[in-house]
Design a protein around this ligand. Structure first.
Ligand SMILES: *[C@@H]1O[C@H](CO)[C@@H](O)[C@H](O)[C@H]1NC(C)=O
Ligand SMILES: *[C@@H]1O[C@H](CO)[C@@H](O)[C@H](O)[C@H]1NC(C)=O
Ligand SMILES: *[C@@H]1O[C@H](CO)[C@@H](O)[C@H](O)[C@H]1NC(C)=O
Ligand SMILES: *[C@@H]1O[C@H](CO)[C@@H](O)[C@H](O)[C@H]1NC(C)=O
Length: 469
């Protein structure tokens, strides 16, 4: 008899929650009624504080559940205002938790979770799924990101949840622009998506940022971006979009220092990790990249800008089915511009990288250029102290390609334990070097005889401000 009551209790408490997408909405409504009546906020799904479900949703007094702020989580209603309201409350409490509960899908428009007046160490607990709107009306012109966290001290996103940019509506526009270039010119005016594609999740101007556990998928453009951040940790996350989705970088770093990325899987249509100007002390290990364009430093020095990148390590990782493996690319000046890029990339280590079916596993390209007419003798971002240790596996086009600039040759390239074999016999290519100086520490497969020994110091870098950073 007791046993039967117990079972009935379980049934009443859990089954509606598990079976119905509406149970949460109903309790959210009753919740907002309580609020209107001025009652204190009580747990959901039970008036007494002993329901297991309510404990799940409301584990500490510092937890701010978006459902309590009116989110429906039905994948159709616009939950943006509920997220904004929950954030406003969480922001006022040190170490608070903004909860996006599991079992629901929240449609959220572009939104900024913004300091600088928030207290520190806020946790964004993402257990449910957040999706982006697919109608062009939800996006302002020129929006750079969908979900933004800005000017915060100590911000963590964690949980088992998913951020889904529903990017295919944006990619299709891109694919159409290639197929039907004339028709496309007015796509935006005709109600297509804006021409500026947003980053799905962006952190700006923040310190002590952690992202862990979650999945970010089908971004409109870059999936996860850190800009002007110091102290970043990313681990145990998964990034996923199709290999042919345009410009969908995995993780993009810019002007950020002290960054640790590990134990992460990155599958996308552009660079798995892209390290841009102003980054230093970046450590990447145990990542799995592919499909995509590989792990890249740059393109740096676009339109003659100054770029500084230093102390970058990528190790113990696998890269498969990508355009490049580990790449450094700096922009070439376009023909009628007087100035090339300036600055420097210094102190880079790529170690223990397993490649498989990668077009060009090892590449430095100082002639990165988005058109033709890229001249050969202009200034470029200087590249020095780059070491490649234990890079092994298969390539489909070229094993090694070092195309350095005549005005600032690459200096201090070292290679050891390189074993790169063509994936099929007929594609057996030899390494290419141009103005690349350095040292082979071991025999390599294939032999890299084109690397020049010694120091290119006889070359005077011009227009480079001496490469000073
Ligand atoms: C919940 O909603 C999803 C789609 O929104 C639907 O596929 C699923 O069957 C629903 N589950 C229940 C129990 O109603
Ligand atoms: C909550 O606990 C009290 C006593 O601890 C019990 O009488 C009551 O039935 C419980 N309510 C539910 C919904 O489990
Ligand atoms: C290089 O970066 C690592 C973190 O990746 C850091 O521990 C180390 O101190 C840095 N080295 C220098 C010289 O700044
Ligand atoms: C730069 O020009 C030289 C000839 O002047 C050419 O052999 C070399 O391939 C060019 N470098 C690149 C990377 O195209």
């Amino acid at each position: 008899m007791k046993y039967l009551r117990f079972l009935t209790l379980i049934y009443i408490t859990f089954i509606p929650y598990l079976l119905s997408n509406n149970s949460i909405c109903i309790s959210a409504e009753s919740q907002s009624k309580h609020r209107k009546q001025g009652k204190s906020i009580t747990p959901i799904l039970s008036d007494k504080n002993n329901g297991t479900v309510s404990q799940m949703l409301e584990s500490t007094p510092n937890t701010f559940n978006v459902i309590k702020y009116g989110a429906k989580g039905d994948a159709i209603s616009d939950d943006t205002n509920a997220f904004v309201a929950a954030w406003a409350a969480a922001c006022k409490v040190q170490g608070s938790v903004m909860l996006v509960p599991s079992g629901s899908v929240f449609l959220v428009k572009p939104v900024s979770f913004s300091g600088p007046n928030c207290l520190s160490n806020i946790v964004f607990q993402l257990d449910g799924k957040i999706i982006a709107p697919k109608d062009s009306g939800a996006w302002g012109k020129g929006l750079l990101q969908w979900l933004e966290f800005t000017k915060l001290k100590g911000i963590t996103i964690r949980g088992k949840g998913v951020i889904d940019g529903q990017g295919s509506v944006w990619w299709n526009d891109d694919i159409n622009s290639i197929k039907y270039p004339v028709d496309y010119t007015n796509a935006e005016a005709k109600g297509g998506m804006p021409s500026t594609k947003p980053t799905a999740l962006r952190f700006y101007g923040s310190t002590d940022v952690t992202v862990t556990g979650i999945t970010i998928q089908n971004s409109q453009q870059t999936h996860l971006k850190f800009d002007n951040c110091n102290g970043v940790q990313v681990f145990g996350i998964s990034i996923s979009s199709p290999g042919n989705s345009p410009n969908t970088d995995g993780i993009h770093l810019q002007n950020s220092q002290n960054v640790l990325i590990h134990t992460t899987s990155l599958a996308c249509g552009d660079d798995c990790i892209s390290i841009q100007t102003g980054c230093s002390n970046v450590y990447v290990h145990n990542v799995n990249c592919g499909p995509g364009h590989g792990i890249s430093i740059g393109g740096l020095g676009k339109d003659g800008s100054k770029a500084c990148v230093s102390n970058i390590t990528v190790r113990d990782s696998t890269i498969h089915d990508t355009l490049t493996g580990v790449r450094i690319k700096t922009w070439q000046v376009r023909i009628f511009e007087m100035q090339g890029g300036s600055g420097a990339v210094q102190g880079v280590m790529f170690s223990n990288i397993q490649v498989s079916e990668v077009e060009t596993p090892i590449i430095i390209d100082q002639f990165y250029c988005d058109g033709h007419n890229c001249p050969n003798k202009t200034s470029a971002v200087a590249i020095s102290s780059v070491s490649y240790q234990s890079i092994k596996g298969t390539y489909t086009a070229n094993p090694v390609h070092f195309a350095c600039s005549d005005s600032s040759p690459c200096a201090g390239i070292t290679l050891s334990t390189i074993e790169l074999n063509p994936s099929s016999r007929d594609k057996n290519n030899i390494p290419f070097c141009w103005e690349a100086f350095g040292e082979l520490k071991t025999h390599t497969t294939p032999p890299i005889s084109c690397l020049r020994t010694g120091d290119p110091s006889h070359k005077q870098p011009h227009n480079n401000n001496g490469g000073l950073c």
